[in-house]
Design a protein around this ligand. Structure first.
Ligand SMILES: C[S@@+](CC[C@H](N)C(=O)[O-])C[C@H]1O[C@@H](n2cnc3c(N)ncnc32)[C@H](O)[C@@H]1O
Length: 348
């Protein structure tokens, strides 16, 4: 089991630099918050693909390089240090503009390993200067649909109070509540899931825990349940899949969700609450709601409810317990248009 506050995605190495962070986005305007969120997604994605390239070489020499340990390993390289320290200069408050910084996205095939170290150093410095994952999380609270008040689980609780879920909820006695939930990507331990009184137990996890009540853990590394006592009646996965850097890993995350849900039984609940930014499914070149819902259905998720807000799309699925064999959704362009985004999910 992961430890609280242990090696997370953005483990800081204060010994290398005590770079002054730009102030966390307090009172940030929604549009700025969205820009920051988009920038973090780009940085994460680039970091991920660079790490993947570098780890191939490390694997050859029998070293495992992961998101959690790479800084420790690379901090001894002069290239990473040079770029990290130069770009995270505590005196400098300038950040690359979103457009100029796209240079770090391009990783051509001829690039050398030391050059990759340097690129990674630059990315890490920018993440640090923008306030780290905390700033991203804070921006997420401010930057989404203003109606949701930073807590998309309000919609979930509204739905659970409707039929047929209300019958299941009310069949629990006051003394003996049994329903359990796993919240992946939890920013606030006092959100609607936890305070609704519906669940006896809500396990809250996040890559970067902001509270003692949130376990710092990557869902993709959470040990698989050994038995049903480690499975849940409900999983909330709200605005997390869009954070996962590659289409294939997004598919793996969807598949992994099925392993943590209790087998469906009459008069109980085995459900997934799932939220994405609307443009992921409404304005992508590679996917739309029909494709996404067909993927989910192949994975054994029956759509029960859905709702499109101005900027988000919400789903409640019931887990039916069976995954179709030979599922294959590859990266195929379905729509043209320069204004479309590249969000995609690959399932193999
Ligand atoms: C945009 S916030 C969403 C928070 C909240 N669920 C909501 O709907 O408002 C995304 C959160 O997911 C977390 N996250 C992303 N990938 C994760 C993973 N693989 N395991 C655990 N948490 C993850 C991030 O650290 C971040 O705090």
């Amino acid at each position: 089991m992961a430890k609280r506050k242990s090696g997370g995605l953005l483990n800081r190495h204060r010994s290398i630099t005590s770079a002054k962070k730009l102030s966390a986005p307090k009172g940030i305007k929604p549009q700025q918050a969205r820009q920051l969120i988009r920038r973090f997604h780009i940085l994460q994605k680039n970091k991920h693909s660079i790490l993947k390239k570098i780890s191939k070489d490390y694997k050859k020499c029998d070293h495992e390089l992961t998101e959690s340990n790479y800084k420790e390993v690379l901090s001894s390289t002069k290239e990473w240090r040079k770029f990290y320290i130069a770009n995270a200069d505590p005196e400098s408050q300038t950040l690359p503009s979103s457009s100029s910084a796209t240079d770090i996205i391009k990783i051509d095939s001829g690039i050398t390993i030391p050059q990759l170290f340097s690129q990674l150093g630059k990315i890490d410095a920018e993440i640090e200067k923008r306030g780290g994952l905390e700033a991203y999380q804070s921006a997420s609270i401010h930057g989404q649909d203003s109606n949701r008040g930073g807590d998309s689980s309000k919609k979930l609780i509204e739905w659970l109070n409707q039929s047929p879920y209300n019958a299941v909820i009310h069949s629990q006695s006051k003394e003996e509540k049994k329903l359990s939930a796993l919240e992946i990507g939890c920013l606030n331990p006092a959100n609607f899931i936890s305070t609704s009184g519906i669940f006896a137990n809500v396990v809250k996890i996040d890559l970067n825990s902001q509270s003692q009540q949130i376990l710092q853990q990557n869902f993709m590394e959470r040990p698989l349940p050994a038995n049903d006592s480690e499975r849940f009646n409900l999983i909330s996965c709200s605005l997390v899949l869009n954070f996962v850097p590659t289409p294939l890993e997004r598919g793996e995350m969807l598949r992994r969700l099925t392993k943590f849900l209790l087998p469906p039984t009459p008069n109980s609940m085995s459900s997934l609450f799932f939220v994405l930014p609307l443009p992921c499914l409404e304005n992508s070149r590679y996917i739309d709601t029909t494709i996404f819902e067909s993927m989910m259905s192949d994975l054994g998720f029956k759509k029960v409810l859905s709702y499109q807000a101005t900027k988000l799309i919400y789903y409640l699925f019931d887990w039916e317990g069976k995954i179709k064999s030979n599922i294959k959704y590859s990266k195929k362009q379905c729509y043209e248009g320069s204004k479309r985004n590249n969000f995609c999910i690959v399932l193999e």
